[in-house]
Design a protein around this ligand. Structure first.
Ligand SMILES: Nc1ncnc2c1ncn2[C@@H]1O[C@H](COP(=O)(O)OP(=O)(O)OP(=O)(O)O)[C@@H](O)[C@H]1O
Length: 269
């Protein structure tokens, strides 16, 4: 079980001129700081998949980077199966598999070598790494390119190898930042099937996405962030019933209720 409570993270702004026009108008810009995440809370239990939704710039990536311990929050708590992630990041890194949208592969290494390198960093032996890669090559359909250099990989190939690399140590929790962005239909369905497989094995998965069809197909829970705050956290059924099963309308409703200051009606259903 992973529990996130009251996360907040602000970044210093060197010069407001470097911000986008939208960010300059954003209420999260206060003085010399941009409060990207102001108050985010959700939880996910064993065998559950949680979909993290929110408009561009809402604070999803910042939240996921905090969960993965890549960023330290200013406030809030994160615990995985009772372990405080923030006070013990080394243990946390062993427990978590994180697919970041920004970490690239080593182009001069093959797909297999990229995965093996991270497996070794986690202390796995040669035969363990080899057998896990063989399993994942089946599940993620990687056989045709696994032994090619990563520098010429397509987006789908890169993403599959990155996912395999993120979970080579068989983490207790998997966090995926927009795992299907930029992928074609075939690669998307392979990645979706892989997430389903993790769920069947009991591993909780948290993933951010802009695709509501993926949420409908895979998720047990939904959490929506808007302007740095959790505006909905509940089951898929509760999310869907906000608008009689119309997912897009449910999503828009959670965002509009924020501006109507009716957040309390939808949070913690
Ligand atoms: N290191 C940083 N310094 C300053 N501002 C930052 C930093 N990281 C993120 N931000 C800002 O915080 C806000 C939230 O960013 P974040 O990447 O978490 O959003 P997101 O919900 O993942 O968006 P998207 O759906 O577009 O990926 C954005 O306005 C972003 O520019």
């Amino acid at each position: 079980m992973i529990e996130i409570n009251g996360l907040a993270k602000k970044f210093p702004v060197e010069s407001p001129k470097k911000l986008s026009e939208q960010e300059r108008k954003d209420p999260r810009l206060r003085g010399r700081h941009f409060h990207s995440v102001k108050d985010v809370s959700f939880h996910c239990e064993e065998g559950q998949v949680l979909g993290l939704l929110g408009p561009n710039g809402a604070g999803k990536t910042t939240t996921l980077r905090i969960l993965s311990t890549a960023l330290k929050p200013d406030k809030g708590e994160v615990s995985i199966n009772g372990h405080n992630v923030l006070s013990d990041p080394t243990i946390a890194r062993r427990k978590i598999g994180f697919l970041s949208s920004s970490t690239g592969l080593y182009g001069r290494l093959t797909g297999r070598e990229n995965i093996t390198y991270v497996g070794k960093l986690h202390g796995l032996g040669d035969s363990e790494v080899a057998s896990r890669i063989a399993d994942m090559a089946d599940l993620l359909d990687m056989h045709s390119f696994l032994d090619r250099r990563a520098e010429n990989f397509s987006s789908g190939m890169k993403q599959k190898v990155s996912i395999a690399r993120a979970v080579i140590h068989q983490p207790e929790l998997v966090i995926l930042d927009e795992p299907t962005t930029g992928l074609d239909i075939m690669a998307t369905s392979t990645v979706m099937a892989f997430i389903r497989r993790l769920k069947e094995k009991g591993t909780p998965v948290i993933f951010s996405t802009h695709h509501l069809d993926e949420v409908q197909e895979l998720c047990d829970r939904v959490s929506v962030i808007n302007v740095g705050e959790t505006v909905f956290d509940g089951t898929l059924a509760q999310f869907s019933s906000l608008s009689d099963g119309r997912m897009h309308d449910s999503f828009l409703k959670t965002l509009n209720q924020t501006s109507d200051e009716e957040v309390s009606n939808v949070v913690n259903l």
